[in-house]
Design a protein around this ligand. Sequence first.
Ligand SMILES: *Cc1c(COP(=O)(O)O)cnc(C)c1O
Ligand SMILES: [Zn+2]
Length: 409
Amino acid sequence: MENVKHLKCIKCNATYPAKPDTYTCSQCGGILDVRYDYEYISQKVNKETFNARKEFSMWRYREFLPIEEESPVSPLRVGWSPLYKAERLGETLGLSSLYVKDDGLNPTASLKDRASAVAVVKAKEAGADTVACSSTGNAASSLAGNAASMGLKACIFVPGRAPEGKVAQLLIFGARVVSVQGSYEDTFKLSAEAIERWGWYNRNAAINPYLVEGKKTVSLEIAEQLNWQAPDWVVVSVGDGCTIAGVWKGFKDLYQAGLIDRLPRLLSVQAAGCCPINRAVMEDKPWEPMPEDTLADSIAVGVPRNPDKAINAIKESNGLPINVSDQEILDAMKFLGNSSGIFGEPAGVAGLAGLKKAVSEGKISHTETVVNIVTGNGLKDVANAVKAAGEPLRVAPSMEELLQAFKTV
Ligand SMILES: *Cc1c(COP(=O)(O)O)cnc(C)c1O
Ligand SMILES: [Zn+2]
């Protein structure tokens, strides 16, 4: 990996060679960050190289990824999700330049595929035959899918509250699934013990430094899809904090390699009932655990595993934290679907709910360019979708009844 210099601890600055199974800092337990040789990268690629590439997946950015040149990757098409100009949505919100990046269109229907796609490559590089993680759902289903595509075994720990659609995905992809009857925190702890005990490859996002690197490809795509421009704002929903950290890393990478000439601000959106990262930023104090009180299961993370990278990202980008209620999330789900034909799960649309609030509070101005990332597909959580959208008209198979029913709406 000539593009990678080393792994660097974000707490104590210790550095380590970038081995596939090095996770956290052995000196202080801190999280590691992959450091690149941007001079090397900018000699290898430029805008024209990318514009000419025919690889329409996240692997078009291999020079920015911490994988060996000859490592095989999953044949699944992860990444290169569409960036739509959302005219009607923008008009309603009062934004003249709003884009939606639909990452629910990934192979297992969430942005987590980007991280899991890297995880299975690193697992193979490490010679592992089993990969494991704990997850509120999407990290797990993406790992199970990507593992299946590479012939790896997967062992997955989910909290008991994970929606059925997500658990079904795991089972279909052939993973061994352990449903822990407890909180996400309990689930995480048990998985960590099991991983240690059996020596599996660890896909827990805040521990494995390579996963954020996969997630950052969403930003590389956004910039390229905007013709190598950074938007003014990128809106991200936040749970553990790895996604927003990845989004920030992607833009910084491009900036350091000379592919963009400015950086966006990040709007960090959390559920009001579970917002430890945003609260830390708002109150400018260390983060504290919170209850997991929200229906947006993918961001119901009371004890975030990557708070430092996430808080850095929000602050460094001169970003803003904003919290939304469950009702605002459900409204956003319906609003997004109605006005754009995109179906997001609750955590997938929380960003839009936050954006709406930020614009109405005058925090984002009408002429700024905004990219809202829809992080997961609505079919994963049908129960909440029905809650958001209501019931159909029920009629007997008769025109009379239909006329009657239509009159009532
Ligand atoms: C995981 C996830 C998030 C948040 O990502 P974190 O890295 O946990 O902050 C947001 N939306 C969806 C759909 C997710 O699956
Ligand atoms: Zn350290």
